[in-house]
Write a protein that binds this ligand. Sequence first.
Ligand SMILES: [Zn+2]
Length: 400
Amino acid sequence: MPKVTELGVTRDEVSDYLAKGKGTPLQRRIAELRLELSDIGTLRSNFVESLQGKQRIYPTILPTQASGRWSYIRPALSGFPKKCINPECPKGHHEKTYDCYDLSDCLVPDPNTFWIEHDLDAVEHFIFALRLHWKRRLDALKTGIDIHTPVTCNIFKLPMPTNFINPHASIEDEQWRRHVKWQGKNDTRRTMSKNFTYGQGQYCYVRVARKKEFVRKPYRVYRDIVYTPTVVYLIPNINSYLIANTETGELERPNYEQLAINFMETPEQGDIQRKKAEIMEQCRKDKVSRTLYGGPRYGWMSNQKTAKELFNHIIQGTVASYIDESAVLLDREFKRSYCAHNKHDSLKWAFFYQSTTKEGRLLEEQQVLERVKQITQRPLEYEGESIGITATYKIIRREI
Ligand SMILES: [Zn+2]
């Protein structure tokens, strides 16, 4: 299959053409189909063909990434797209149902084994809050307060609900939900706020301003912190986020940059970004940073890129070490078990069934799961503070 580049135009150019609304409806449709064809080609050559005719795969594992994460080649196991490919499903992003399946579903456990997969819940944010001694956020995370709804109200200038544990269903907030036309957990405004919290809030570059420093666009100074609200455009598919007008109900494209400003320019975020700026500056000067486990990463230059990368390492590297530690502990606890896939903040572990009956196997799965939960949800400690890491679990079986 020819790649888009062989036709003299790159993927980005076609995407850009579509994003800018160029061409006639027919030309646009052709451009869309061309992108789809190129997506299918990539899926086929990178993933489907790597499995063709194979009963079992033996990927090469490279635990050599700077963050300590593992990568896989032949095939690129961690790259298998999570996107639903069921042709019966609606096109594009949709709520996951039992009918959904993706390419990784063709990877199944060996006969007489089952896998337990677990994904750590918002672990990067937990580590961020822990490293910055963000007391209020740590308390919120511990008590199970929904951190994203108040942030959403701040960014979109909405009134606050009264129940912060479950504003999506609480009786006392019915009026509030109707007033702001709340769509529940998947409210687009809330999804955008999550993006701000996990993206811009954690990883964008900030620095302390010099005395009476004057900055030009796209930079802004809030209190004494210099930042760029235009990093909002790094959020994937940001242009697809449309917000319903609370009066007319019509979908509108918000001013993304203004939202980024609303996110950053609150007293609480100001304090946090100030602390982040200090740590980033330390990273830049020292040209080394360490995970909460002590694992170092070195930088070459003393610049903004180093500051960002080394700060990132503190978080990502800690996640990688936490998962690696889980793998070691699982290996010790279950003698006859093995790693099926170590993927950043999730782990698939394979266990052998002892029993041969269906009832026996189901019981065994539950017993193993309980033990796995105890092992993999350990509190993470840092400078006298501690936070419980939680995960979401799934049992994957071949047949029973
Ligand atoms: Zn689907």
